[in-house]
Every structure is written in structure tokens, then in C-alpha cells.
Design a protein around this ligand. Structure first.
Ligand code: PMP
Length: 406
């Protein structure tokens, strides 16, 4: 717009301030409000967010230290101090993932954002993706896991996908899927291995570089105990080669790794250019949760989750309950699935436990709805006292919720 027009607009604005405007076709009158929708009554009441024991599959409770980090004064998303914090986050993720990948960052968004980022950036139109659905198969799970390598091999040869997706910690079924050897098979067929560790990171062993994983992502709100809303992700050299040599642009601008790699200082360019406004408080909290994991040590964290899970599993069996995943080695330590006890209404059990114990457990997800109850003890929530509390609440609910006639 020419400068003369701009300054004329400024003069006009000075001459006709909004309050003194006469009648217009939008009904703006002197002394009358132009808003037709009043402030909602709920907004005039203070925020209410009760305390809950979040013993479901996530989010889990956030320790005061992480909450405090998230509550620190905001700084600009492009300030040098913020870039320093993002560099720390990158190092924290490299440790948590056990990777030296340069292309490591945190997405501004939940686990799904990282999932979409991986797929959008790697896959081009016409290319195929192979997905392992390891949701729920009850007693057959162990056998399926054993046979998996064979199935993967067959499918890779047949479909020639560019990407193979595997969930490490399948939170709907409570299964931890073996990853050893899968990356090698994928690479033999020129396919990249994408692994979801949203429900397992920090709770079950996973070694990105040693296990030849090309893209790994997780969420902030599970064993990391940060608030929901940020999602660590890392790409191998092989994955970078594929995504930075595409013929077409990824469908999402927000998730385009050419921009995100610059925003995170991973592209080697001297300047970071504004792409989007990252969740500053979320990154503060994520940094703190990664710091706790680094202080605890990954191996200690894995061991601790297994010990508490084993204590919980024994307590559940002592209550006469059946664990959904029979093979102990395939059970996810962070999220335990319990077969719904015969004759009980699972919704009633959950509602009773929430009402009388302020504890959240959940039912199944997708295909496991109506089949399982899920108890998650992750990170900060993962200790024997909480497991005992969960068991006592469940025991009480089993006594109090009458068996249905069905
Ligand atoms: N993958 C797994 C294994 C999960 O458990 C979840 C969350 N329940 C997601 C992905 C999606 O993460 P988010 O809800 O943070 O988008």
C-alpha cells in the first residue's frame, strides 16, 4: 500500500474513533454496545480443575517441579535463551531415545502431531506404507509376535512400502512389541522403520540407534510426566535423505520438516527463521521432565517400571483378576490391561472408582473397548504406594459394584 494512502487512513481513524461513530449498517451507535453475545457466565467464574489420581494410560500426574517449570515467565519463542532451551531439549531427547541423530526435535503438538509429521514428510503420493496392527489378540499375542518377523518380511517383499509403522508400547492392548531385528529387515527392502513409543518411552527398553529405528516419536504426557502438548521426534540420516529429497512438498506447512529443522537449528544454517510460535511453557516443562529422566537414568527408569508393574500384576492376580496379556515378557510395564471380570459392568467399576477414590482408570480403546480395564503407572506415578492404592480401589469396587445379570 502506498505510504500516502496509509497516512490518510491513519488521519481518518483519528478523526472517527469508534465510540463516536454514528449509526452504521452494523448498528454501531454512540453509547451503545456493538456486541450481541454477552460474556458467558462460566467465564465469570474461576477455573475449577480438581485433583485426580491419573492412573490411566495418560496423561499422568505432573510432578511439582515440572509444573513449576511450565509456570515460569514466558520468553519469546525466538529469543536466544529459548534456542538454548530447545538445544537442551534436543540433547535430552537424544538421551531418552539413545540416538545421536542430529535431526531431533520436539513437535508443537501431541503424539498425533509427531505421527503425522513422520508420515507427511516421508511418504509421497503413490508410495505405500505398511502398518503392523498389534492392537489386541489376547492369548495369541505371543505366537503372533514370534511369527511377526516372517509376516513383515513377506509383506515388505510384496508391497514394497517406503515406510513400516510399528507401535512399541501398544497402550490399547497393553503389549510391548519386540523391535530387535525389524529395522534390519526393513532396510533390506529399502524401507524405513517408524516406531511409536508414546506409551513406552522411559518405561520399556528402546534404543533407537542400536535397533536401527529410522523415525521414533513419543508424547510428553506419559512416562515423561510433562503436560500434554509436545512430542519428541527423531529422524535417522536415512530418513532425512528420503524426506529432504522429495519431489513434492508435504501436505502440511506446519509439519514440514524443511521449516522445522531450521526452527530447531538442525539444518546447519546460521539463522533460525520464524515458522510458528512454539509452545514456550510446554517446552519449559518438557525440558524439566527430560532433566528428571537424565538424573534418574534410563536403565533405572526401565527397571523401576518393571518392578512396580510386577507388584501390580501380582496384586491383580491375588484379587482373582486375569491379565489380558498372558506372556509377562510381552506386557507393557507402563499400561496394564486387565480382562473385564465376568459379570461386571466395566463402566460402573470405573465410575465407582472415580467417585469414591478420585482415581482414573480407563476402559479399552478401539478394538479393546469392552474387553479390558487399563491401569497406567508411569514416571512420577510409578511407585508401589500408588500401585497399592490402585489395588485397594479396585478391590473396593469389585465388592461394591454388584455383578450384572448379563
Ligand atoms: N500412540 C500411542 C501408543 C498412544 O498411547 C497414544 C495416546 N494414547 C498416541 C499414540 C496418541 O498420542 P496423543 O494423544 O498425545 O496425540
Amino acid at each position: 500500500m502506498p505510504r500516502s494512502v496509509l497516512s490518510r487512513c491513519a488521519r481518518l481513524t483519528q478523526q472517527v474513533p469508534l465510540e463516536s461513530a454514528r449509526s452504521t449498517k452494523h448498528g454501531v451507535h454512540r453509547g451503545m454496545s456493538s456486541v450481541t453475545i454477552p460474556p458467558p457466565a462460566c467465564m465469570l467464574r474461576p477455573l475449577e480443575a480438581p485433583f485426580r489420581y491419573l492412573f490411566g494410560p495418560g496423561p499422568s500426574n505432573v510432578p511439582p517441579r515440572v509444573l513449576a517449570a511450565g509456570g515460569r515467565p514466558i520468553i519469546g519463542h525466538m529469543h536466544s535463551e529459548m534456542f538454548g532451551i530447545m538445544n537442551d531439549i534436543k540433547k535430552g531427547i537424544q538421551y531418552a531415545f539413545q540416538t545421536s541423530n542430529n535431526m531431533t526435535l520436539a513437535m508443537s503438538g501431541s503424539g498425533h502431531t509427531a505421527m503425522e509429521c513422520a508420515v507427511f514428510n516421508i511418504v509421497e503420493p503413490g508410495e505405500s506404507v505398511l502398518v503392523a496392527i498389534n492392537g489386541i489378540w489376547g492369548e495369541r499375542v505371543a505366537e503372533i509376535a514370534e511369527r511377526m518377523a516372517f509376516y513383515i518380511l513377506q509383506a515388505l517383499a510384496k508391497h514394497k512400502p517406503v515406510l513400516f509403522f510399528l507401535t512399541h508400547g501398544e497402550s490399547s492392548s497393553g503389549l510391548v512389541h519386540p523391535v530387535d531385528g525389524v529395522g534390519d529387515i526393513c532396510h533390506k527392502y529399502n524401507c524405513l522403520l517408524l516406531v511409536d513409543s508414546v506409551a513406552s518411552l522411559g518405561a520399556a527398553p528402546l534404543l533407537m540407534d542400536q535397533q536401527n529405528i529410522d523415525i521414533l516419536y513419543t508424547g510428553s504426557q506419559k512416562a515423561l510426566n510433562a503436560p500434554p502438548g509436545t512430542a519428541p521426534i527423531s529422524f535417522s540420516e536415512r530418513a532425512c535423505h528420503k524426506m529432504f529429497n522429495r519431489k513434492t512438498k508435504p501436505v502440511s506447512y506446519l509439519l514440514d520438516m524443511t521449516h522445522l529443522s531450521n526452527y530447531w537449528g538442525n539444518d546447519g544454517k546460521p539463522q533460525r527463521i520464524y515458522h510458528h510460535t512454539g509452545p514456550v511453557s510446554g517446552f519449559f516443562a518438557l525440558r524439566e521432565s527430560l532433566a528428571i529422566l537424565a538424573e534418574t537414568g534410563l536403565e533405572n527408569s526401565w527397571k523401576h517400571h518393571t518392578e512396580v508393574a510386577e507388584y501390580l500384576w501380582k496384586g491383580l492376580e491375588d484379587l482373582g483378576l486375569k491379565l489380558f496379556i498372558k506372556d509377562k515378557d510381552l506386557r507393557l510395564p507402563s499400561v496394564t490391561t486387565i480382562a473385564i471380570p465376568e459379570g461386571y459392568n466395566w463402566k460402573e467399576l470405573l465410575a465407582y472408582i472415580m467417585k469414591h477414590h478420585q482415581i482414573e482408570f480407563t476402559g479399552g480403546l478401539g478394538p479393546s473397548v469392552g474387553m479390558v480395564l487399563r491401569i497406567g503407572l508411569m514416571g512420577y506415578n510409578c511407585n508401589k504406594a500408588n500401585a497399592a492404592m490402585a489395588l485397594a480401589a479396585l478391590e473396593d469396587a469389585l465388592k461394591q459394584c454388584r455383578k450384572s445379570k448379563a
